[in-house]
Design a protein around this ligand. Structure first.
Ligand SMILES: [Ca+2]
Length: 258
């Protein structure tokens, strides 16, 4: 009975891992590609927040985010961003899939008064087109295009609108029609080959190596399990002498990542 229960624990552990980190195993499945950016035209809103925006690394106060209808580059609304301080603040998208080696071009329209540039986050903060801001002071819509080549394949990439020194003289800054295009090969989601690469490149996938109470090459930045709930499991293992035991007795999900 104990053996069966242990085996069930292992199965549960594996199931938890697979269900919580599908992007490691099937990169890109179900996660929109960066070039399929949603609601870049800022026409869809819920509770005064544009749908598919306000990603997790947003740090501009939501009092500085508003639907702007006095002027729009497309449709009936644009995005107003307010940050009168001289320190850049982020308003970001939800997470998207990017692919290493692909060149992405970010195009957006902006008017008003203030400084703006775009960045992205693929686990690290990265600039697009350098660190210089575009200083805007016009009621006319201006198009800005900047490009970068992704150096990693990452499934939770957030595009960052980075603004500072916005000025009420022109209703701060307004942004509309953010679009991303790309040049390069992106993997066919039907092609199983890339999946194998991701699986075989995973380090310490048999959870044999632990240091300081943590499995090496795991407990990545996106992990939100408390360290005390990630344990070496030695009562049974599929290979070697250890598995990882994940403890979450609650009803909400926790992530355990490489
Ligand atoms: Ca619009």
């Amino acid at each position: 009975m104990i053996g069966r229960r242990s085996r069930l624990s292992i199965l549960l552990a594996i199931t938890l891992i697979l269900s919580n980190i599908p992007w490691l195993v099937v990169a890109g499945e179900g996660i929109p590609h960066f070039a399929d950016l949603r609601n870049g035209s800022f026409e869809e809103w819920t509770d005064d927040i544009p749908d598919y925006w306000n990603g997790s690394i947003t740090n501009i106060p939501l009092s500085g985010v508003a639907r702007y209808t006095d002027s729009a580059h497309s449709g009936s609304s644009s995005l107003q961003l307010i940050n009168t301080s001289g320190t850049g603040r982020r308003f970001t998208t939800q997470g998207y899939q990017i692919y290493s080696g692909v060149e992405y071009t970010v195009s957006y329209w902006v008017r008003g008064k203030g400084d703006i540039r775009v960045r992205y986050h693929d686990g690290d903060y990265k600039d697009i087109g350098g660190t210089a801001y575009y200083s805007i002071d016009s009621a006319e819509w201006t198009n800005i295009e900047v490009s970068f080549t992704a150096d990693t394949t990452y499934s939770d990439t957030q595009l960052i609108l980075f603004v500072r020194n916005t000025d009420a003289a022109r209703d701060h800054l307004q942004v509309d029609d953010v679009q991303i295009t790309y040049v390069g090969e992106i993997p066919d989601p039907e092609d199983p080959e890339p999946e194998k690469e991701y699986i075989t490149s995973l380090q310490n996938k048999s959870f044999e190596i632990w240091s300081d109470g943590k499995p090496e090459a795991w407990v990545g930045a996106a992990t939100n399990f408390a360290a005390s709930r990630i344990l070496p499991y030695t009562a049974d293992s599929h290979t070697g002498s250890r598995a990882v035991q994940l403890v979450n007795t609650g009803t909400s999900h926790n992530r355990f990542t490489s």
